[in-house]
Write a protein that binds this ligand. Structure first.
Ligand code: NCD
Length: 337
């Protein structure tokens, strides 16, 4: 794909070589993300960071990624304080904000809304999550993490076994990740969810048609066996009509130290897009795994910064100029990584 000036809306836009390019640029971002060096390659550029749904790490990491490249960030993060609450259309908001920004990241509760917004935008738009549909930057950072974690054990993405657990119906992260994995060969997907919250049938058919093996089950213990990666997700309460309806499924699947030791392989990678629901009644991923070497959840969040830096650099066409303006940092930076 030609990254320069392109909207990043769906993982379906990516070929395997595009993913490799993102990962290669992300690798080059490490010294900047670790605060060993500073670049000003996007000095003067403005990111319109528009989040019309709750977000902590996606919003902040996109913002930090832009700052780390030398750019500035303008946040719109509440429907109530934006003109959308006055009935403004996505078209008008896109026309206006794209006049103030060089690139826009947008999250919105409606499926397809970010694509609609992008059509009216005069600058590139990155999808930060459109309802239950897609979350392409999360899928890229998840895959980047999987690749690194597997490589440290001499394994690779092709041929791996991955279990996805939880609300697979509404979880946009698992929708995007599984579709991105279509670019690889011979993967076994074990999809563990309540029957009502199964992965959409269209995605399951695509995986099967792509030559991958798909097992759908409600039996978590059996499904955990023999996986390179287990990817847990939260019950997406905000997609249910009432909290009571979501409560039916909360806490159905839980991973903790004893279940991991009993059913997983010794080095199965544990992933979660976060936030994990740590309330007693949910607790899908227990704190007793926090020190476990295979727990990759905070490596995922760290990787989110370099992957998002790479997307900005590619779309704004500065990926080969990062080091040109680079200098060393002058402040205390020890101990962060
Ligand atoms: C996810 C999301 O918003 O889709 N979070 C994230 O972006 N890291 C997952 C979730 O909210 O459960």
């Amino acid at each position: 794909m030609e990254f320069c000036g392109t909207h990043i809306l769906s993982v379906k836009q990516f070929e395997r070589s595009d993913v490799d390019r993102v990962f290669e640029v992300a690798d080059n971002m490490a010294p900047y993300a670790r605060r060993e060096r500073i670049t000003k390659v996007l000095e003067g550029a403005i990111l319109g960071n528009m989040f019309f749904e709750p977000s902590t790490r996606t919003r902040v990491s996109f913002g930090c990624a832009f700052n780390l490249l030398g750019g500035q960030v303008r946040e719109t993060s509440d429907v109530k304080t934006s003109s959308i609450s006055k009935g403004e259309s996505l078209y008008d908001t896109a026309r206006v904000i794209s006049g103030y920004s060089d690139i826009i990241v947008m999250r919105h509760p409606q499926m397809g809304s970010v694509s609609e917004f992008a059509k009216a935008s005069r600058v590139p738009v990155i999808n930060g999550g459109d309802g239950p549909n897609e979350h392409p930057s999360q899928a890229l950072l998840d895959l980047y993490t999987i690749k690194k974690e597997l490589l440290s054990n001499d394994r690779q993405i092709d041929g791996m076994n991955i279990a996805m657990i939880g609300d697979l119906k509404h979880g946009r992260t698992v929708h995007s990740l599984s579709q991105l994995l279509l670019l690889y060969d011979n993967i076994t997907f074990t999809l563990i969810s309540p029957i009502e919250l199964r992965m959409p049938a269209g995605i399951v058919s695509e995986l099967t048609a792509g030559g991958h093996k798909v097992i759908e089950t409600e039996d978590m213990e059996a499904g955990l066996n023999d996986n390179d990666t287990v990817y847990l997700t939260r019950i997406q309460e905000e997609r249910f009509t009432t909290k009571l309806e979501a409560d039916i499924y909360r806490g159905r699947f839980r991973l903790n130290q004893s279940i991991y030791t009993r059913y997983c392989q010794p080095n199965t990678i544990i992933m979660h897009p976060l936030p994990r629901d740590s309330r007693e009644e949910a607790n899908e991923l227990d704190n007793d795994l926090n020190q476990h070497p295979s727990l990759a959840i905070f490596r995922q969040t760290d990787n989110g910064v370099v992957v998002r830096m790479a997307l900005f650099a590619l779309v704004l066409n500065v990926a080969d100029k990062i080091d040109d303006s680079a200098t060393d940092v002058g402040w205390y930076t020890q101990g962060r990584f």
